[in-house]
Design a protein around this ligand. Structure first.
Ligand code: CP
Length: 309
């Protein structure tokens, strides 16, 4: 298919055929990760700058690995120790990096719309959104979709329960869009104070009772409590949160027998997830991490016009 998405900013504008195309491209990259030598020359001569204004382990490292496996030149930039500390704006930082020859910029930023803003300001570089505030985390949703697709095969008609702090979660928003577009029914659960006002507008329904959400679900997707984005008093305590919404084997018992347990990470054991579930046979958490490398290779490849060898 002819690839039309210049930047990867959000999934709002993606249709099912684009999602399916990326799933298939990711499967090819995943096969490459099984080889003893993973490096291919597909992006030789391209320069990618990873611009991280917020902490990250999975997104930052997997983008870097993906870039290196495709033989791109890589620069890792982080806000501390940069000229941001001297008052340089995001726009001027990005223009500076583009002037040095960046073909692509991966950005994680606490401000909603930061990636979109860069895409409008940069002339040449392709922008990949590695998470902007509570708005979107498209590469996370795509790697989640890929993980579920490889395990479950057909996604149409499946049920996905998303439990936790949906209100502050860019992951939830992007996942609802992606899974809904592939025909998955998404049910949200968590404290009402941590839910969006109109979940239906996102393509999901809401129940206060996590047992209702998990019942017969094929995917149980857990979210961290995003304390860095919350105001005080949105729920009584982490202990109480765990008691009502923490997923343990008992709650998981009402899901489909082959249900997948997913979490974008980092996990908080004994808060949203019990260790028996995080480390249990249905947990996809480390599988998601591996999918993240393959998915980001696929996106870099299609957006930067990679050459197949
Ligand atoms: N899932 C995710 O974005 O993790 P990091 O914050 O470690 O990148």
């Amino acid at each position: 298919m002819e690839w039309k998405q210049r930047h990867i900013l959000d999934l709002d504008t993606w249709d099912r055929s684009e999602l399916q195309y990326i799933l298939e491209q990711t499967r090819s990259m995943d096969e490459l990760l099984d080889r003893p030598i993973k490096k291919v020359p597909a992006l030789r001569g391209k320069l990618v700058v990873n611009l991280f204004f917020e902490p990250s382990t999975r997104t930052r490292v997997s983008f870097e690995l993906a870039e290196k496996f495709l033989s791109a030149d890589v620069v890792n930039w982080s806000a501390p120790n940069s000229s941001t500390e001297k008052g340089e704006t995001l726009r001027d930082t990005a223009w500076t990096l583009e002037a040095m020859g960046a073909d692509a910029v991966v950005i994680r930023h606490g401000a909603v719309g930061a990636a979109d803003y860069l895409a409008r300001k940069l002339k040449k570089s392709v922008v990949f959104n590695g998470g902007d505030g509570a708005h979107a985390h498209p590469t996370q949703a795509l790697l989640d979709l890929y993980t579920a697709w490889r395990k479950l095969g057909v996604l149409e008609g499946r049920k996905m329960a998303i439990i936790g702090d949906v209100l502050h979660s860019r992951v939830a928003r992007s996942n609802i869009i992606a899974f809904n577009r592939m025909g998955v029914r998404v049910v949200l659960s968590g404290p009402p104070t941590l839910m969006p006002k109109i979940p239906e507008a996102l393509g999901a329904t809401f129940t206060k009772d996590p047992v209702d959400a998990v019942r017969d679900a094929d995917i149980v997707y857990l979210l961290r409590i995003q304390r860095e984005r919350q105001i005080e008093g949105m729920f009584p305590s982490l202990d109480e949160y765990h008691q009502f919404f923490g997923v343990d084997d008992r709650l998981l018992g009402s899901a489909s027998p082959d249900a997948l347990v997913m979490h974008p990470g980092p996990i908080n054991r004994r808060v949203e997830i019990a260790s028996e579930v995080a480390d249990g046979p249905r947990s996809m958490i480390l599988g998601q991490v591996r999918s993240g490398v393959a998915l980001r290779m696929a996106l870099l490849f299609v957006c930067l016009g990679g050459v197949r060898q």
